[in-house]
Design a binder for this molecule. Structure first.
Ligand code: AMP
Ligand code: GLY
Length: 421
């Protein structure tokens, strides 16, 4: 099978690493990929949002299956264009990807089906949003409705904070046109978890649970990032809660899309807050989480190509997902300064030493090759991921591996997975 994987982050290295293990794989291309994907695939220099370029390449190379990692190409309609060129592709089409690309749309969908989520108001005018926020006396969260690389959400302690955040989104346009519409919602309190599911026309197949760590600082402090680390499974979910999430959230949402003529196929990621009043939706994403994909794919034993093909063909009901019973922990090593300004081009040492560690995989995210050297090239640089008999065991092994990697200004949270220990 000839496969084209699209994307260049830690998630895509994890996907490439997993796909490369399939006995069915003939050739794996990654566009544009990174030095990590280059170890298991052939990187091709086409940007992940170059829809026409990707379709052309897929045609020329007679790709049997395209797998799309990030949200941008999905929201741009890459799947629709590939389908028009008769190329089988894994991921939701443009209409379905809107569940992530437009938080106002997702909110309306949830409201319509009474799916439990934070109470929210949607505004397109700065003045109206300001008046509303000024009238609130509870903590609120402000969200740029469009795509903002996981950074367009500002959790505020009080309305004064929220007014500043509103200005950043709607006046200073910190997130560009993603902030044309803003969602102002109540701040939920509880434990946050990520539940990912494969979805096709007829079925929803929930994966093992995972937990991300969004804020930059230990103890969940500081601004939000794309995700500073993740682990799987979480102890926060039991079977009863998972069934409740399935029946009260996933089934109604997939059905609500269907009544609008939208068939969801791909990975549906639900970010949830488990509150005293039960689980409530924080967000939907239309793809694997990054960094949740890293621990999840380390634990997945089933051939990912089989699963992706089953989704594309609406045969998910005939698939069984098998999981490694061990735990996995991924610690993100980031550039100092991220999610704000940071420097790039710092030489990374220790990659060979960690490559030799059993059940440890260092997934590349923001790296680049300069000659034979690997240097930093992004905010999130590496996702150091380890399997272990227990969460504490996997956590210890991941941090042991982190200790062997060095680059100028390297930063990681020291408490990834600590909530589960
Ligand atoms: P989102 O991208 O919408 O998931 O938001 C990013 C992060 O902000 C989430 O992972 C949560 O940590 C936090 N967050 C979002 N919405 C809320 C909310 N209503 N209450 C509390 N925290 C939230
Ligand atoms: N880890 C959160 C995300 O992928 O959006």
């Amino acid at each position: 099978m000839r496969v084209l994987l699209i994307g260049s982050g830690g998630r895509e290295h994890a996907l490439a690493w997993k796909i490369a293990q399939s006995p069915r794989l003939g050739k794996l291309y990654c566009a544009p990929g990174n030095p990590g994907t280059a170890e298991v695939a052939e990187n091709v220099e086409i940007k992940s949002d170059d829809v026409a370029g990707l379709v052309k390449f897929a045609r020329e190379q007679k790709i049997d299956l395209a797998i799309v990692g990030p949200e941008d190409p999905l929201c741009l309609g890459l799947i629709d264009e590939l389908a028009a060129a008769e190329i089988r592709a894994f991921g939701p089409d443009k209409a379905a990807a809107r569940i992530e690309g437009d938080k106002a749309f997702a909110k309306e969908l949830m409201r319509h089906r009474s799916v439990p989520t934070a109470d929210a108001r949607i505004f397109t005018k700065y003045k109206d949003a300001r008046t509303y926020i000024a009238s609130r006396d509870h903590p609120i969260v402000l969200k740029a409705a469009g795509l903002a690389k996981g950074k367009g959400v500002i959790v505020c302690d009080d309305p004064a904070d929220a007014l500043i955040a509103l200005e950043r989104i709607m006046v200073a346009k910190e997130f560009g046109s993603a902030g044309d519409t803003v969602v102002v919602e109540e701040r939920l309190v509880g434990s946050e978890i990520s539940l990912l599911a494969f979805v096709d026309r007829d079925s929803i197949y929930i994966m093992e649970s995972a937990q991300d760590h969004k804020p930059i600082g230990d103890g969940d402090t500081g601004p939000n990032t794309g995700g500073m680390g993740a682990y799987s499974p979480t102890t926060l979910l039991n079977d009863k809660l998972i069934r409740q999430i399935e029946s009260e959230i996933l089934v109604p949402i997939v059905d609500a899309l269907r009544t609008q003529g939208i068939t969801y196929r791909g990975v549906l990621y639900t970010g949830l807050m488990v509150t005293t009043a039960g689980p409530k939706v924080l967000e939907f994403n239309c793809r694997f989480g990054d960094p949740e994909a890293q621990p999840l794919l380390m634990r997945l034993r089933t051939d990912l190509l089989d699963v992706c093909e089953a989704v594309v063909d609406d045969r998910l009901d005939r698939v069984t997902l098998n999981w490694d019973p061990r735990a996995a922990v991924c610690v993100v090593l980031a550039s100092g300064g991220y999610p704000g300004q940071y420097e790039s081009g710092k030489a990374i040492a220790g990659l060979e030493a960690t490559a030799a560690m059993p059940d440890v995989v260092v997934f590349h995210a923001g790296t680049r090759k300069v000659g034979s050297k690997t240097v930093t090239a992004g905010g999130r640089v590496l996702g150091v991921t380890a399997l272990g008999e227990t969460i504490p065991d996997a956590q210890r092994r991941a941090y042991d591996a982190c200790a062997r990697i060095r680059f100028d200004g390297a930063y990681c949270r020291r408490d990834i997975a600590s909530k589960a220990t």
